[in-house]
Design a binder for this molecule. Structure first.
Ligand SMILES: Nc1ncnc2c1ncn2[C@@H]1O[C@H](COP(=O)(O)OP(=O)(O)OP(=O)(O)O)[C@@H](O)[C@H]1O
Ligand code: SF4
Ligand SMILES: [Mg+2]
Length: 381
């Protein structure tokens, strides 16, 4: 039995806004094994980004408040890690690609500086010359052998100021890490890497910036890459190009990936497992072919019916009858019951048991559904 890279267990998170509380995540549990790609889908506001940011502890607290649960990354419960040590986890084990790369790239530094610094820090950590997250040790946060890193950005990267000497080094063919920087830019299919490395983020198109962000994330050699709708800020043709790149890279880099996307087609082609979220809960989780082929939750069934397909482009996820509940007062019992064609009185009274599980012979993971009537979902049109 292989140990999961990540186990999320009964994670519950509220946002406290004024006198109100939004129950953004309730009882969310999932595992990601080494090399697995786990897709997460669900309507807007169902808690996908909250989950993506809660894992590397990037949620601002307040307004976010972790009510309970565990986030175990390579054997270490990240929720028990002091916040000031989290940049080490983010720089050494978990990397992220977000919707808007401009928020993550530093506008004051050229692409070379940012990528080279990321590679430099990683290489120092590999040599034991900079503090690193090493879960195989008795103290996974051993600072004793190396000085503290200077204060870095939220991603755990630290930038060197680009003085005259640094600029000369950048232009020189012998600039440190130049070969590796070029290699990463080529990995993300940037055709003219020699030019790109001298540009500032604002001089790049949105699609190019996202490619650079993906290169930065991969240059940290993460065990887990979290991509939260990495293309939704781009226009449609560029989205398709970046998604094609993501698909190709998934086959090349063998890292575990949590991939949040509105695009069910992309998830179908890239993910091994699929989690379907509804109103802050995971409604269904299992091997992607099983969830798509034989959904065991009425919400998944509705989502698949509403999704645009190659032959039917007019669908959209919000065309499911009814509306997403207000998470400050979610429905009692099953949160989907006001919209569910299979609902019975028990659904409004009792939350479904956490998981009704089926495991197909030879399946990579069980197929789990949080529904009182999971076995009747096949009857729905
Ligand atoms: N900083 C915040 N303060 C208060 N409420 C928040 C905050 N961030 C998110 N929420 C609320 O938490 C719920 C979950 O939001 P989240 O961004 O995780 O959803 P999402 O599934 O990522 O949506 P989308 O598909 O639009 O990106 C929503 O109801 C949202 O309004
Ligand atoms: S528990 Fe009831 S309301 Fe909820 S999805 Fe299942 S059948 Fe529908
Ligand atoms: Mg989101």
């Amino acid at each position: 039995m292989v140990d999961p890279v990540l186990t999320v267990e009964n994670l519950a998170i509220d946002y406290e806004v004024g006198a109100g509380r939004f129950h953004a995540l309730s009882d969310v549990s999932l595992d990601i094994l080494p090399g697995q790609v786990v897709g997460i889908v669900g309507e807007t506001g169902c808690g996908k980004s909250t989950l993506a940011q809660a894992i590397p502890r990037l949620l601002p607290e307040p307004p976010a408040r972790v009510l309970g649960g565990r986030v175990v990354f390579r054997g270490v419960d990240l929720l028990a890690v002091p916040r000031w040590k989290m940049p080490l986890v983010r720089g050494t084990g978990i990397s992220m690609v977000f919707q808007e790369p401009l928020n993550s790239l530093n506008p004051a530094f050229r692409i070379y500086d940012q990528l080279a610094e990321s590679i430099r820090i990683r290489s120092l950590r590999e040599q034991g010359l900079a503090p690193a997250f090493r879960p195989d040790r008795s103290d996974p946060f051993d600072y004793s052998r190396a000085p503290m890193p200077p204060a870095g950005g939220s991603m755990g990267r630290v930038l060197v100021p680009g003085g005259a000497a640094a600029q000369a080094a950048r232009r020189s063919r012998t600039a440190p890490y130049r070969a590796e920087v070029l290699e990463y830019l080529r990995l993300v299919r940037i055709n003219d890497p020699e030019t790109i490395l001298n540009l500032y983020p604002h001089e790049l198109s949105g699609g190019m910036r996202q490619r650079v962000m993906i290169a930065m994330a991969l240059s940290e050699k993460p065990s887990l890459l979290i991509a939260d709708e990495p293309t939704s800020a781009l226009d449609v043709t560029i989205q398709a190009q970046v998604l094609t790149l993501m698909k190709e890279l998934i086959d090349e880099v063998h890292t575990s990936i949590l991939f949040i996307s509105h695009d069910l087609g992309v998830i179908a082609e890239t993910a091994d497992l699929l989690g379907v979220m509804y109103a802050g809960r995971l409604a269904e989780f299992g091997p992607v072919a099983d969830v798509f082929g034989a959904p065991r939750h009425p919400y998944t069934k509705a989502l698949l019916r509403a999704a645009p397909t190659r032959y039917k482009s007019e669908g959209n996820l919000d065309s499911i009858p009814g509306s997403v509940p207000n998470l400050s007062r979610p429905p009692l019992g099953c949160r989907f019951h006001p919209r569910c064609p299979l609902a019975q009185p028990v659904c409004a009274a009792d939350p479904p048991p956490p998981w009704d599980t089926q495991t197909a012979p030879g399946a990579v993971a069980p197929h789990r559904s949080a529904c009182h009537f999971a076995d009747r979902v096949g009857e729905l049109p």
